[in-house]
Ligand binder design. Structure first.
Ligand SMILES: Nc1ncnc2c1ncn2[C@@H]1O[C@H](COP(=O)(O)OP(=O)(O)OP(=O)(O)O)[C@@H](O)[C@H]1O
Ligand SMILES: [Mg+2]
Length: 341
């Protein structure tokens, strides 16, 4: 079942549509990417671009009845979309673990942090309570919580925000996951604590050889720890590649806008709202480039069809009609610049 040659996580043409009586939302419209072992991928994009839905799809944590989902999600070569109930429970508490933005919502306030980690370890590892408590202590030490033995008996509200987030990471690691999905794991924390938690995640990823996906609004966060980035817009990845290459020479006008507005505005914590215009309407499936209404380079062909993924360099992809038009010309649109809004 485990093929070491296959990527740790491989997503192909993922489509997620929510259908309710009131409306239909085409939240994810053909997302494909791979995550390798030991890699940190950061998914970046404005609010509503489909980042959380993409992560939740990997754990199949989407409302069963009103979600239409298609494509392929393989974890270690096994198709998640074909998994049944018991196998899914094992996946969620085993190979794939998720950290959410607000740890207060992930811990139950009426049990101690230790009890909750112990329960997770017992459930997924089938060990005794005593063994699980030893493991819980090791985990709190692993996430660098000081006086870990005492902290095991703390209730979640007795910990500071940063410490609770560390404990949340310990809980997420309690089942030895291969993939850690982190959905805006530091947004609720203040800047200095954010950096500590991010650096911790980066260290743990290296120590444990995990594949990590960090979803963020914040370019500064992505730049801090990612190996690769994928930029989402309107439920599609519009650009992806090694972090340094994309930051140095972004190929998609949306990426250029994000980077120039955020980097010029200097920084961490800046929400990605600086590009004029509104996000696309997701109630109809896209038929053209979703970014065209906001793009200063838009031309007829951008309105005529969805631009295909173009390999702009090894390991680099962008979906922009203008890239195809320029062929191999090295001066991509990255050189044209975008006005910071
Ligand atoms: N369960 C659901 N039912 C209906 N629509 C949903 C559901 N979950 C998400 N959506 C919609 O899907 C779209 C994408 O949502 P998603 O949560 O992935 O955005 P996001 O990129 O994570 O945004 P944010 O940065 O604000 O967290 C949004 O329009 C959202 O309203
Ligand atoms: Mg989200």
């Amino acid at each position: 079942m485990t093929e070491t040659s296959s990527p740790l996580l491989s997503i192909r043409d993922l489509q997620v549509t929510f259908v309710t009586r009131e409306r239909t939302v085409h939240a994810v419209n053909g997302v494909s990417f791979d995550l390798e072992r030991g890699e940190v991928l950061s998914i970046l994009g404005e609010s509503g671009s489909g980042k959380s839905v993409t992560l939740r799809a990997v754990q199949r944590l989407l409302p069963e009845r009103r979600t239409r989902i298609s494509g392929e999600i393989d974890v270690d070569g096994e198709d998640v979309l074909a998994m049944s109930g018991p196998r899914l429970r094992d996946l969620r508490g085993g190979e794939v673990s998720m950290i959410f933005q607000e740890p207060a919502t992930s811990f139950d306030p009426v049990y101690t942090v230790g009890q909750q980690i112990v329960e997770a370890v017992v459930k997924h590892k089938g060990v005794t309570k005593e063994q699980a408590r030893r493991r819980a202590l090791e985990l709190l030490e692993l996430v660098r919580i000081p006086s870990a033995a005492d902290r095991l008996d703390n209730y979640p509200h007795e910990m500071s925000g940063g410490m609770r987030q560390r404990a949340m990471i310990a809980l997420a690691l309690s089942c030895d996951p291969k993939i850690l999905l982190a959905d805006e794991p530091t947004t609720a924390l203040d800047a200095t604590v954010q950096i500590q938690v991010l650096l911790l995640l980066q260290q743990l990823q290296k120590e444990l050889g995990l594949g990590v996906i960090i979803v963020t609004h914040d370019v500064g966060v992505a730049i801090e720890i990612a190996d690769r980035i994928a930029v989402m817009y309107g439920g599609k990845i519009v650009e992806s590649g090694p972090l340094a290459d994309v930051v140095r020479d972004p190929q998609h006008p949306y990426t250029q806008g994000l980077l120039s507005s955020t980097i010029h505005a200097a920084s961490r914590g800046t929400r990605l709202t600086a590009i004029p215009g509104s996000p696309p309407n997701l109630s109809a499936p896209p038929t053209n480039c979703s970014f065209a209404p906001r793009c200063r380079f838009a031309q007829d062909e951008c309105w005529a069809a969805i631009p295909p993924e173009v390999a702009v360099a090894p390991g680099r992809m962008s979906r922009c009609a203008r890239i195809g038009a320029w062929g191999d010309e090295p001066q991509g649109i990255g050189q044209l610049g975008v006005e910071a809004a």
